[in-house]
Design a protein around this ligand. Structure first.
Ligand SMILES: [Zn+2]
Ligand SMILES: [Zn+2]
Length: 318
């Protein structure tokens, strides 16, 4: 069942039917739609847990919708089964009555009439097989009456099957499928899009962010950095690490560690998404980092013109 639902979700939910980069696109859309800074903060600083929670919530919504659908389906098929049994009882009794049959013969007729619809556990009734039937009407009534509570029990059992209990397992399955590399760009924090954890070669991501979103500031000032790492690595500027060692952005790999494992290609084209984000959540970012987008970190005027609709349209066409 868990496997089936996970499979269904991958087939029917567009955010789950490709890789994690595709899921991330849907996550960015959902974050922009909800406009909740705390959610963004978790996404920026603990993406792995954010993705896990996102998948879990999505499963809960799916399970709710599905269980409504399943209830209707179960109801329809239960009614069909019940009618098939009642009809088989009726038909086999009519024939058995004419032939004065034994229980065994009646059961043969009954099973024949059920046909391929249902498999009846005949072996269970072996002890009464050779009894003679004295009252056919009584048999018919007794069988029909016994049917109702038996069907009710089965129905209740199915309808109350808790899909909620399966959520953690489904979440685990989907998360495993959608994992990949979780390394974040040492400048902007964008997540590597490689689909293999511990992959060979450099980490990389097609879209970087303004590095101030990750808390980078100008040395010994309050000014957050508004530039994207992709333009910084093409500039003549330098960065300073906490141990005060300085490296030109152009040769960022010289800084070693995480810096040496990333491939950041110079590129001036940028998504509107993070420009909108910085404008929209400017004060939240400034408060969290206790720094400001002022001076050399001033937000370009053109960014403020980007609307939420622009960024959603841009993501949806990707
Ligand atoms: Zn970056
Ligand atoms: Zn990677």
């Amino acid at each position: 069942m868990v496997l089936k639902i996970a499979g269904e979700m991958r087939a029917t939910c567009p955010e789950f039917n490709e890789n994690r980069a595709n899921l991330e696109k849907y996550i960015l859309i959902s974050l922009a739609e909800k406009e909740n800074f705390d959610n963004y903060w978790e996404y920026l600083h603990d993406p792995e847990s954010f993705f896990r929670n996102y998948i879990e919530n999505r499963i809960k919504i799916y399970a709710d919708e599905r269980s409504e659908k399943m209830k209707t389906l179960f109801k329809i098929s239960f009614d069909d089964i019940k009618n098939a049994i009642l009809l088989a009882i009726h038909q086999s009794t009519a024939i058995a009555k004419d032939k004065s049959s034994t229980v065994s013969e009646w059961l043969d007729l009954f099973c024949d009439h059920l046909g391929s619809n249902l498999i009846f556990p005949r072996e269970d009734l072996i002890s009464i097989e050779h009894q003679e039937i004295k009252d056919y009407e009584f048999l018919k009534e007794a069988m029909s009456e016994a049917l109702d509570p038996a069907m009710k029990t089965v129905e209740q059992k199915y309808l109350s099957m808790p899909v909620e209990g399966m959520v953690p397992e489904i979440q685990k399955m989907l998360s495993e499928h959608l994992c990949g590399c979780w390394k974040q760009c040492p400048f902007c924090g964008a997540i590597c899009t490689n689909t293999i954890p511990n992959h060979d070669g450099d980490h990389s991501v097609p879209f970087h962010r303004p590095i101030g979103t990750n808390g980078w500031r100008f040395y010994k000032t309050e000014e957050l950095v508004i530039d994207y790492c992709t333009s910084l690595v093409a500039s003549d500027r330098s960065f300073i690490l906490s141990d005060l060692s300085t490296f030109p952005y152009k040769n960022y790999r010289q800084a070693g560690g995480e810096y040496a494992t990333w491939s950041i290609t110079p590129d001036s084209s940028t998504q509107p998404y993070w420009k909108w984000f910085v404008c929209h959540f400017r004060s939240n970012l400034e408060e969290k980092y206790q720094k400001k987008f002022i001076g050399r970190g001033e937000i370009p005027h053109s960014w403020a013109k980007i609307t939420k609709q622009d960024v959603l349209d841009d993501l949806k066409k990707q």
